[in-house]
Design a binder for this molecule. Sequence first.
Ligand code: NBP
Length: 474
Amino acid sequence: METARIGVTGLAVMGRNLARNLARHGHPVAVHNRTAARTKALVEEFGDEGTFLPADTPERFVASLERPRRLVIMVKAGAPTDAVIDEFAPLLEPGDMIVDGGNAHFADTRRREAALRERGIHFVGTGISGGEEGALHGPSIMPGGSAESYEALGPLLEDIAAKVDGTPCCTHVGPDGAGHFVKMVHNGIEYSDMQLIAESYDLLRHAAGLAPAEIAEVFRTWNTGRLESYLIEITAEVLAHTDAATGKPFVDVVLDQAEQKGTGRWTVQTALDLGVPVGGIAEAVFARSVSGHADLREASRNLPGPSRTAVADSGFADKVEKALYASKIVAYAQGFHEIQAGSAEYGWDIDAGAMATIWRGGCIIRARFLDRIRAAYDADPSTPTLLTDDHFAEALGDAQDAWRDVVATAARIGVPAPGFSTALAYYDSLRADRLPAALTQGQRDFFGAHTYRRVDRDGSFHTLWGGDRTEVQA
Ligand code: NBP
């Protein structure tokens, strides 16, 4: 009987395209789906692209896999993933591998990995980015799990991943939930990047008075420089698009209420747990949330404030470009800080520079900029923040006046720019000699005897605020 090198169960858009990608690369692939019609449709439509071994039951599916078995699950994250694991794990043997390519929460992946490890099965939580096109033509792949499982899986995954300069956008991220953690932060950074681009558009529209088609040209120009990226490229496409039904700019006929799925929110929740400031990602999640509160927005429409009149000078677009680049540096610095904090917390030993390398292609945040991040980690692998890298520090210095002018202009004319503003505030917070946190500590000691530390002596102290205000050692 012919055996498959790997199998995919769950053949909705992602699983189907991933299976096709494997088959197109010459890997015989077993395919299975809970509802058999999807399996049949895949083989009927794309059977000539490679060797597919369709199976109508979990037993036949597992039996068609060569040993050790490599089984990829591409089903809806959450309870469906557990259901599929429960269904297939009893059919597997020690040494076999289950790859979860869905968008699982890394904590679920850690739980599943620990449970399956006890049975000798490798559970490989794998972040896959790039949507359905990426899954078919080459995604960015972020596998976690054991180093042993990567030896058996890595070559296959690297084969189907996107390539940039011949380097696959896939590497072993680290043990258990590391892959899904990094995918989560990738999505958080994506939120931040998209929000900053949206604010750039809004400012060019209202502060510079440009029409969407003109702004599309600005983005096209930016895409030939240091901001070159997939997101800038598609922004120009969307802004240049005209609605066929009305003849209006497409962006003017779309309801301005953005959606958010789980991963942006998880990135912020996890950052709060880890104590990592990711204001850029948080503001991006909140900006989508605000946009979705139609009731709040309707009730607030007549509140007083400036009326977004165009005020900007002719060089304003260049200033926005600088503000965008500077804020983007901050967004990525915050995301990488979270990756390093997660890595330290869970003992994953993640190579941050390698994450920049595998995001250069296949995924939504793919960009020329990521080469710079790789270079920064090459220069100093233990740097506490990307902001102090020579290249980034110079860019931030060069952007200063423009960045501040853009944030001030937004505030003056009433254009909300939470992403730009929080990025600048983070930057100024890090570079400040003194922060008002000293006052906060005083307040906390006053109302709750929480104690404080002093700049000139070791130890913790408390002032007797309700008494004679002498200071005591805590
Ligand atoms: P969906 O997330 O829409 O899931 C549909 C698949 O899950 C179908 O194959 C369905 O089988 C199967 N399924 C469900 Br629902 N409950 C099941 C159960 N209890 N037992 C067995 N199978 C079950 O598919 P997708 O959009 O292809 O995404 C797959 C995974 O990839 C998700 O985790 C998603 O978050 C992740 N992801 C998606 C994208 C993207 O761009 N769409 C990008 C990156 C990652 P059925 O056909 O029998 O109903």
